[in-house]
Design a protein around this ligand. Sequence first.
Ligand SMILES: [Zn+2]
Length: 363
Amino acid sequence: MIKSILQAIPTYVMSIFLLPNTLIDEIEKMLNSFWWGHSGNNACGLHWLSWERLSVSKNHGGMGFKDLQSFNLAMLGKQAWNLVTKPSNLITKLLKAKYFLRCENINVWNQNWLKDGMAIPTPTDMQILGDVTNVQDLMSSNSKTWDYEKIHSIFDSNTANRILQTPLFASVRADTLVWKMENDGIYSVRSAYKNRFISTGLQHQHGIIGGWNLIRRAKISPKVKNLLWRIGRNILPTRMKLNSRGVQCPVNCAMCSEENEDSNHVLFRCPKSIQSWQQAGLWMHMSAGFNDSKENLLSILERLCKNQQELFSVMMWSIWKCRNNQVWNNISDSAQTVYERANHLITSWRNAQEFRALVDMPQ
Ligand SMILES: [Zn+2]
């Protein structure tokens, strides 16, 4: 919903205008509120992760939502690319007549045309320029090669070498811009966004390296994936976690009352969850050696075969459901019930997938 509709709403405006940061912040806050208000299982209307954290790629523990400032720049880049590469477009002619009448091809100075992606600054001594204006002025007149002597006569040896290392392609008739982040050399908003987003450092700052692919690729219900993602991002709304966010509630485990309720206890160490794992026949794989539920989750997933991974994931969901039944309905599920509920979800999910495959099958 967020990706397909809400993020798409400002797309047209973002392709034309550079939006002020304050407006982008407002839009991102609204999207974030919507996400946490509609993603289910949300307690007390808390926003568990900021938009920056959600915009990190799924491989880094985010949701892959758009960082709107980077997206805005990538969209505007498309307009700039069209201006440079499509001179016959009406809008290009119009803007060219008004703003850059004498600009043809690629200018030698201050354009990032070298192989290393850098530009050559305009020299202070204009005498040395001679008749050199465009990149094509540095090529031999008869062949598609660099004019070695001319280049060395104008530039210092370092700059001359950087020019000579920039490849020329016989198949390209005129000097032209190439977008090096795509194989076909043509600008794409997708690659520009990715490059810009990485350069912001948000991925590094807010991402978490880990085996997220194990969760993403598992053939399990989205609601189970969502729960595993929350465990991995340490935002399962346990009583300890709610307390740390300023919510007044008891901190002891709702199922056993013996220990503080954090996600590691609820899922791996509570007597009720241990009984459930035993019931499911997975207890022998459950050496929950870490104090951190994310590390336990990922290390156990890695050790299991595919079918066990599926059962393990759905059991986590069912144990959390058991905890919620205790908290909200004062119902104490037996270990047998926890296991049967997990099995029921696995079966109904598989049936739904098989039915979908049948419906999608070409007649
Ligand atoms: Zn407990």
